[in-house]
Design a protein around this ligand. Structure first.
Ligand code: SF4
Length: 288
């Protein structure tokens, strides 16, 4: 009988159709969970997620995109990081979860199958965040919804052309839009109040990172959000930092950010977060 890990991999829209225990696809990872870094008490997520405790941030190795401006080149190109068996991952989460506001799974898509097995064993006591680049299939979103409480999709581009140019992904927008729709369908926003602070226990926050020289893309992304997810939380990020290897070789300007925020206002999007302009600083890039 064929094992689950011996299926041809179609976890993400790349549909590489490789047997992950035998070879690697676009994400450059095999079937075992590979973690580049675990950061405890990580407080750089939105305040309703991080709280004062911070999240347990788990940065996975590999990625199903190849963003030319990626801040985490060393890990996102795969093949590095510590390997965890499903049971070792269960132990990691079980030991650390209670000290944190949530378990933050960062770029986890290509490990969806072993993570699903792990969370079947974990006695989950805090919310699980699926911190994704949004290049997902709706089927995978349905599968991971069994153990995920909060979806944190980065809605990068409202254009397949830009997806190809910057992330080697010719159908980014065509896949990301239905994937985010499915996330919103799966999780209504539910808050709790702890120590006078509003905390998200279940829901969706749609993120967007403003790219230098591409204000129109940001305006188009906001138009898509206003049209398709008008009531959902949005988080606009100004923290773009050049990585020295990208076609995008500068930070965003105050004028660019102002145009994006003006459009946000014009569309009446008020639910969510806007990063201060000063956040465009390299200190926001975790070191690996
Ligand atoms: S998860 Fe990796 S191997 Fe599987 S389809 Fe996506 S990129 Fe390809």
């Amino acid at each position: 009988m064929q094992k689950a890990t011996e299926k041809l991999c179609e976890i993400c829209p790349r549909k590489c159709r490789v047997i992950r225990s035998q070879s690697r696809g676009f994400c450059n990872e095999n079937e075992q969970i590979a973690i580049a870094k675990v950061m405890e008490h990580f407080t750089w997520e939105e305040p309703c997620l991080s709280t004062e405790k911070g999240v347990l941030a788990i940065f996975f190795s590999g990625c199903n995109l190849k963003c030319d401006y990626c801040q985490n080149h060393e890990i996102s190109r795969g093949g590095v990081g510590k390997i965890y068996s499903v049971d070792e991952f269960v132990k990691l989460v079980e030991e650390k979860q209670d000290k944190h506001s949530a378990i933050d799974l960062i770029t986890p898509t290509h490990f969806s199958q072993p993570l699903q097995l792990a969370f079947e064993k974990i006695d989950k006591r805090v919310p699980v965040i699926w911190n994704t680049n949004s290049y997902e299939t709706t089927k995978n979103i349905q599968n991971v919804s069994k153990f995920v409480d909060i979806f944190l999709p980065d809605f990068k581009y409202a254009s397949n052309k830009l997806g190809q140019k910057f992330s080697a992904c010719p159908d980014y927008f065509s896949q990301a839009l239905p994937a985010i729709c499915e996330m919103c369908r799966q999780k209504k926003d539910l808050f709790a109040e702890e120590n006078g602070q509003k905390i998200l226990k279940q829901g969706v926050i749609i993120r967007h990172l403003v790219l230098p020289g591409h204000v129109q893309n940001s305006l188009d992304v906001l138009d898509q959000i206003a049209e398709n997810f008008p009531s959902r939380m949005v988080s606009i990020m100004s923290q773009f930092t050049p990585n020295g290897k990208s076609l995008l070789d500068r930070k965003i300007s105050p004028a660019e950010y102002k145009l994006v925020l003006h459009h946000l206002d014009k569309l009446g999007i008020q639910n969510g977060y806007v990063q201060s302009f000063e956040s465009a600083d390299a200190c926001f890039v975790p070191e690996f």
